[in-house]
Write a protein that binds this ligand. Structure first.
Ligand SMILES: NC(=O)c1ccc[n+]([C@@H]2O[C@H](COP(=O)([O-])OP(=O)(O)OC[C@H]3O[C@@H](n4cnc5c(N)ncnc54)[C@H](OP(=O)(O)O)[C@@H]3O)[C@@H](O)[C@H]2O)c1
Length: 359
């Protein structure tokens, strides 16, 4: 029998990291899991809870501190997985160097976004590219895993309000550029299960992998929701224009829904990029740019498809693991209507609510 893989995971308290952690701890015969946690979070309840979730060791290390400390905790690790948040991608550069020195056998950087090419389409994709290039410069074994857009942030809200409990934005009835572009989707609960398969698989070493469960256009997503709920989502041609995201105190009050075309998505993207450049330390400006880029890549360019992934050289989990049955969007919608879906980013929600109320 093959020996267990020793895994070190960064971001185990985040959305992506949590999904990966849940899947890995479900296979104690395959994985021994350790977590890397930053000193400022060491006393948080979610970090304290990690110990009871099947993690064998928690290392509290500042990833921008001395590299020797990182090399020490990475020594003997088979697979390092990063689920660091979107705005902190470049903090991984030192992790790459430390992993090389420590002899980590597979480095899984924080990719986990939709399929897009590098070079000016998505700022977030480009910041990840800087990390990938460091991996290649270091000749470090790697696997880059991109995923579909999560089911959990892809569903429209309903007139009755009965799925608002799980929605990050309410109402969320946005149709982009006609809603016809097909997009790869994944259930956040499957993300980790797919990662568990991928990191055990020698075929995925030194490759990009596209991990997803469904491919649907927005119009199809809306139809699934209408069919499953028996409700009509009447305002389906509205799209949010998140103009106010630069002004933190007005974030939730000033979101407006207006009709918008592909041209308007493009111009919003230019405005958002200019704001993000001018205010590099403004989290909301960065988030606005990420969102605008997603809309451009997914709905205007139509990048996020299995065909384009294959063209870019990705392996496809549907082909690698034909026995894996993903949670379809239809099944997700059923669970959603039954009240069984968790709203993502609850901890950021609190922060947003505080900003909104000015406290
Ligand atoms: N495909 C999609 O639909 C989709 C949707 C959303 C996000 N994403 C992508 O998924 C990736 C992961 O994002 P996420 O939203 O899952 O992350 P998240 O929920 O924001 O969590 C980030 C994690 O990184 C940890 N972290 C941040 N800075 C750290 C540091 N300096 N040292 C140690 N740990 C640190 C955080 O720990 P603390 O507990 O210390 O804060 C937390 O566990 C991003 O690239 C994002 O763009 C994809």
């Amino acid at each position: 029998m093959a020996s267990k893989q020793r895994i070190l995971i960064l971001g185990a308290t985040g959305q992506t990291g949590k999904s990966i952690l849940h899947a890995l701890v479900a296979e104690p015969e395959s994985f021994e899991i350790e977590a890397l946690v930053r000193p400022s979070s060491a006393d948080k309840p979610e970090v304290k809870n990690l110990a009871s979730q099947g993690i064998s060791k928690i290392h509290v290390v500042d990833i921008s501190g001395p590299i020797d400390e990182l090399v020490r905790v990475m020594t003997g690790i088979d697979v390092f997985i990063s689920g660091i948040d979107a705005t902190s991608q470049l903090a991984q550069l030192q992790l790459v160097r430390a992993a090389k020195q420590a002899g980590v056998k597979r480095f899984v950087p924080c990719a986990f976004i939709t399929i897009a090419p590098p070079g000016g389409v998505m700022a977030l994709r480009d910041s990840k590219e800087e990390v990938y290039q460091e991996i290649w410069r270091q000749f470090l074994p790697y696997t880059i895993i991109d995923v579909g857009f999560w089911h959990q942030i892809s569903f429209p809200t309903l007139p009755s309000g009965r799925v608002d409990y799980a929605s990050m934005i309410t109402p969320n009835i946005n149709i982009h550029a006609g809603g016809t572009a097909p997009n790869m989707l994944v259930d956040l609960r499957d993300l980790g299960r797919l990662v568990a398969r991928i990191i055990k698989d020698p075929r995925t070493l030194n490759h990009f992998v596209a991990a997803y469960g469904d491919v649907l256009s927005q119009n199809e997503i809306f139809s699934v929701m209408e069919e499953a709920s028996g409700e009509k989502i009447v305002e389906r041609k509205h799209v949010s224009r998140l103009k106010s995201l630069g002004a933190a105190d007005k974030l939730l009050d000033t979101v407006r829904f207006v009709q918008i075309s592909a041209d308007e998505i493009v111009s919003e993207r230019f405005e958002a990029a200019a704001k993000a450049k001018a205010e590099a330390d403004n989290w909301f400006a960065q988030a606005r740019q990420f969102l605008a880029d997603y809309n451009y890549s997914k709905y205007v360019r139509g990048d996020n498809t299995p065909t384009y992934a294959k063209y870019l050289g990705y392996l496809d989990t549907r082909e690698l693991y034909p026995d894996f049955t993903p949670i379809s969007f239809k099944e997700f919608a059923k669970g959603l209507l039954e009240g069984g879906i968790e709203r993502p980013y609850e901890r950021y929600r609190e922060r947003l609510e505080k900003l909104r109320s000015g406290k």
